[in-house]
Design a protein. Structure first.
Length: 224
């Protein structure tokens, strides 16, 4: 008999919310303030990458060198500083279809809900705060924990066990995300993944990326 699902781990961008470009805008403002270059992360990075990798790859592309540790920490701080503004001011910020109905229903069903994202922890909570979605998630794995999506997912599962008060097997969890990187990270941790075509990828592309399940939006039922 299949193991009973205990915890569901959600990606943020393209899965729960669309920030309307607030993340990219915050990077652009940070680079502009510190280096006079309004860098566009979309030119140098892909959806699903961790924030530190996004920052480093963009830095190397526009500055033609690797960042020193102290200046990279400063860049991350300025990016978070501006993110409070860009998220709040974004006219295209929206919660994606099905999310606001689904999350409370899952909690009522007894599931532990967590985050697994390439965002650093502070950025994740800034993005979720505008829609008051933070209240649904008591733990998570973040881009500030590791640059490896599989390790981020494993960390999220360990934190789920701390909240649950008992071990949680990978078969008792499921990841919900909108990119092939979410699928790769889930499978690296031995967890099944639901691909949601609410971001940059179609249902068919997510199936081709080996998502265990693929749905058009979170208005459709999850396999739990």
């Amino acid at each position: 008999m299949a193991a009973k699902r205990v915890t569901i781990l959600f990606d943020i961008d393209g899965t729960l919310i669309n920030s309307g470009g607030a993340g990219a805008a915050s990077w652009r403002l940070a680079f502009d303030e510190l280096y006079g270059i309004p860098a566009d992360i979309g030119e140098f990075t892909d959806a699903g990458m961790t924030d530190p990798d996004v920052g480093r790859k963009t830095f190397e592309a526009v500055m033609h060198r690797e960042p020193e540790r102290a200046e990279f920490a400063r860049l991350l701080e300025r990016r978070l500083h501006y993110m409070h503004e860009t998220v709040e001011d974004s006219t295209s910020y929206r919660v994606l279809p099905g999310v606001e109905d689904l999350l409370p229903r899952l909690l009522d069903g007894g599931y532990l809900l967590g985050i697994v994202t390439g965002n650093v922890e502070a950025a994740a909570h800034i993005k979720l705060h505008r829609a008051r979605l933070n209240r649904f998630f008591s733990f998570g794995g973040y881009g500030s924990d590791s640059s490896d999506r599989g390790e981020i997912t494993r960390i999220a599962l360990k934190r789920a066990a701390l909240v649950y008060g008992d071990d949680i097997d990978a078969k008792q969890a499921i990841v919900v995300g909108d990119t092939p990187r979410d699928v790769e990270g889930a499978h690296a941790a031995g967890i099944e993944c639901v691909g949601v075509a609410s971001g940059h990828y179609t249902v068919e592309q997510l199936r081709q990326a080996n998502a265990d399940y693929a749905i058009a939006s979170l208005e459709e039922p999850l396999p739990v």
